[in-house]
Design a protein around this ligand. Structure first.
Ligand SMILES: Nc1nc2c(ncn2[C@@H]2O[C@H](COP(=O)(O)OP(=O)(O)O)[C@@H](O)[C@H]2O)c(=O)[nH]1
Ligand SMILES: [Mg+2]
Length: 410
């Protein structure tokens, strides 16, 4: 562990000096005001490994072996069958098992000490940042309240000029988010296509398919439309599709197995719009990889559309995006927007994955509750939701997220 002390006219300069000397990993051990300004004591390199090495050396050594550079096992004979009169032989087994436990406890203590110091450091840095750039930190707070991910919020606010006021900053942040959120606009309903809806069970795949089918028929009539029911997993999924087909007067095709889907699609060439319902997959779905491979190998004519529910937590959405990536979905659809308490997390996931959004669904009504995605509209909705829910970013969270030494000194 390396410890240094710095005296500087103010905290900012002191922090910068610490960072320059010890790097980003430095932690502040103490700070106090002095006649010259601020004095900071900081340290780097808490090395629990070193402690363990030290503890591995036997605590009790024979007097004459204390000078030998490397204690060897032979120097401390311990044998149950031949108890020795030497106190070392009897003490050694007692100390040996205890040493790692003690080291572990010390390591944990150091860890918690480090965390505590880091929290203090983050607090100092965040306070410093708030003082120097109040508009920027206020925007970070507001973006956090909307649910925008840390890196994205940082990225957007980081581009702001130092002299902007809060209104300009807000406008810039909303415009930035809208620009980063990719949308495809109205899709399939004008020109047709072949679309397989994939996603977790219950996110609203079949409902979306029904909404698109009804809208297509309202525009073009039923002749060019085909429905494919490849969900043979869930009980009732086939019935649901057959009922929809009957209602709309459109044939419903069922492949013999999921692997037979490409063959079936080849037979449906003449249809301008083919909508394919697929089984919802759970986390441990052993068949999912096979199904995604079948979809990915269907050729460029087939689009896989990932269906995500806005009411799902951002972490689970991120996981779903990763899980369905093997099918190369060129776009996604966001359902249950009406049920979402916050929208920033979902939008952050889409922005980070650079996954364009085609439609959003905000209710169960077929076909009314479906809209072509518009980015500014969605970002504005995210802001409204945060306002109406009275979301308030916890001060502690803000410090942990954005209070880093690098910001305090740049
Ligand atoms: N509130 C709300 N419910 C929806 C929405 N989309 C679908 N649902 C409901 O979610 C449930 C599951 O939908 P379903 O289409 O069967 O999901 P699937 O398992 O992915 O095919 C049904 O009760 C739907 O009515 C939506 O946008 N908002
Ligand atoms: Mg379904």
């Amino acid at each position: 562990m390396k410890i240094v002390r710095h005296v500087a006219p103010d905290m900012r300069q002191a922090l910068r000096a610490v960072r320059e000397q010890l790097g980003e990993e430095a932690v502040i051990l103490s700070s106090r005001r002095t006649p010259q300004g601020v004095e900071i004591t900081a340290a780097v390199d808490f090395d629990a490994g070193k402690l363990e090495e030290a503890a591995a050396v036997p605590l009790a050594l024979p007097a004459d072996s204390a000078r030998s550079p490397a204690p060897s096992a032979a120097a401390v004979p311990v044998s149950e069958s031949s108890p020795s009169a030497s106190p070392v032989a009897t003490l050694a087994p007692l100390f040996e098992p205890q040493a790692p436990v003690a080291t572990e406890a010390m390591g944990q203590e150091l860890q918690s000490l480090r965390r505590m110091l880091e929290t203090q450091l983050a607090q100092l840095a965040w306070n410093d940042r708030t003082r120097r750039a109040p508009v920027h930190t206020e925007l970070l707070r507001e973006l956090t309240e909307i649910g925008i991910a840390r890196d994205l919020a940082d990225h957007i606010v980081g581009q702001l000029d130092e002299r902007v006021d809060l209104t300009q900053g807000r406008r810039f942040a909303i415009a930035g988010l809208s620009q980063y959120l990719l949308v495809t606009g109205d899709r399939w309903l004008d020109t047709g296509g072949r679309v397989a809806f994939v996603g977790a069970a219950g996110v609203g795949k079949t409902t979306l398919l029904a909404k698109l089918a009804v809208r297509w028929i309202l525009r073009h009539g039923p002749n060019d439309l085909a429905l494919v029911a490849s969900d043979t997993v869930r009980i009732g999924a086939q019935d649901q599709m057959q009922a929809l087909g009957q209602l709309l007067g459109v044939p419903v095709h069922v492949p013999e197995s999921f692997e037979a889907l490409p063959e079936l699609l080849a037979r449906l060439e003449r249809h301008r719009l083919v909508l394919i319902d697929t089984p919802g997959s759970s986390l441990r779905d052993a068949q999912l990889a096979m199904r995604l491979a079948v979809l990915a190998n269907c050729g460029s004519k087939l689009e896989t559309a990932l269906v995500l529910a806005a009411s799902t937590q951002a972490g689970a959405l991120e996981e779903a995006v990763q899980r369905f990536r093997p099918a190369n979905p060129p776009c996604c659809l966001l359902t249950k927007v009406d049920e979402a308490a916050s929208l920033g997390g979902a939008l952050s996931v889409l922005i980070r994955a650079r996954l364009p959004l085609a439609y959003t669904s905000d209710g169960q009504r077929v076909p009314e509750d479906l809209r072509p995605a518009r980015s500014l509209e969605l970002v504005s909705l995210a802001v409204r939701l945060a306002r109406t829910s009275g979301a308030a970013a916890d001060e502690d969270l803000l410090r942990r997220r954005f209070g880093r030494l690098s910001h305090a000194t740049t």
